[in-house]
Design a protein around this ligand. Structure first.
Ligand code: PYC
Length: 310
């Protein structure tokens, strides 16, 4: 399995170029379901330690249905196949440029959530125009055992998010363990309360958002992913969901740009246009860097060939 690893604002992406299972034909959403149902051990083993690392997202290249796209891609973390991934798309565009498959300019990429476009500005800098994003519920009260009542919005940005703004805990690196505990409890409570996406998808990402103390930076976030790791980047699909909330509240005008930082201080430039179906079309600009190129080995005699399960 030939892979290239990059990171986007500290969040790793492993692009699988060859050696992936044949997911057959059909839409990317159908092929993503097949990956989730039939190849869970395989996709987990690509990301789990010792072969992978915490928070890593995989990007499996597949044939696009839409031939105007440079590639199709299915993203996954250790616990879920994802509809879309913003940091992964920035990493993928930089990887395709590294391979000489794309040049600076605009390119289309097909994901299970729909076609997104990337604008490659230089070898590291990419703007992603995401799928239409929207807020579906405002100010939902959740009773979170051990933490009390937490209020948040439910929004879609290619994945489903429960967004708590302002965060009840200061979004600082010294609070990562406490924020991880709280957001896991929020996700559990959201699922127990029957909260779901528009087509019954799980609301499996949680965001704690607050104002950034940094000059020129508007927000700082902590984003819990389905694998219980936090996104080191500000999370492209999460920022898309937050933009949809800001737009719905009338707090950010179409075309206005803001800077959002992650809990570790990596940044995205964000803006949006109004979408055709009542939502918004987010634009996320960030940087990725190539870290390594490797052939993954799966030795039948290796007791940890499927990764360390704890
Ligand atoms: O950047 O959209 C994102 C993302 C999703 C999960 C991890 N990163």
């Amino acid at each position: 399995m030939h892979v290239i690893d990059s990171h986007t604002g500290g969040e790793p992406t492993r692009v699988i170029l060859t050696g992936a299972p044949d997911l057959g034909s059909g839409t990317l959403a159908e092929r993503a379901l097949r990956l989730a149902a039939d190849y869970k051990e395989l996709y987990r083993s690509i990301l789990l330690e010792p072969r992978g690392q915490p928070a890593m997202v995989g990007a499996m290249l597949v044939e696009p249905v839409d031939r105007s796209c440079v590639t199709g891609v299915i993203y996954f973390d250790v616990d879920a196949v994802l509809g879309m991934c913003g940091h992964g798309t920035i990493g993928l565009a930089v990887t395709l440029a590294h391979l000489g498959r794309i040049d600076t300019g605009i390119h289309r990429i097909e994901t299970p959530a729909g076609v997104v476009t990337v604008e490659l500005h230089d070898e590291n800098t990419v703007s992603v125009t995401n799928i239409e994003s929207r807020r579906v519920r405002r100010a939902v009260n959740l009773d979170v055992p051990g933490h009390g009542c937490v209020v948040g919005d439910v929004a879609y940005g290619g994945n489903w998010f429960f967004i708590v703004d302002p965060s009840p805990i200061p979004v600082e690196t010294s609070n990562i363990a406490a924020m991880t505990k709280l957001t896991i409890a929020i996700r559990k409570a959201a699922m127990a309360s029957g909260l779901k996406g528009a087509n019954s998808e799980p609301v499996d990402h949680v965001i704690l958002q607050e104002q950034s103390p940094r000059k020129g930076v508007s927000g700082r976030n902590f984003v819990l992913c389905p694998d219980n790791n936090y996104d080191r980047s500000p999370c492209g699909t999460g920022c898309s969901a937050c933009l949809a909330c800001l737009a719905a509240e009338g707090e950010l005008a179409e075309g206005e740009e803001i800077i959002q930082e992650s809990v570790i201080g990596s940044t995205y430039h964000l803006s949006y246009k109004l979408g055709p179906n009542g939502g918004i079309i987010p634009r996320i600009k960030g940087q990725a860097f190539i870290m390594s190129e490797a052939n993954l080995m799966f030795d039948a005699n290796d007791p940890f060939r499927s990764g360390i399960e704890i």
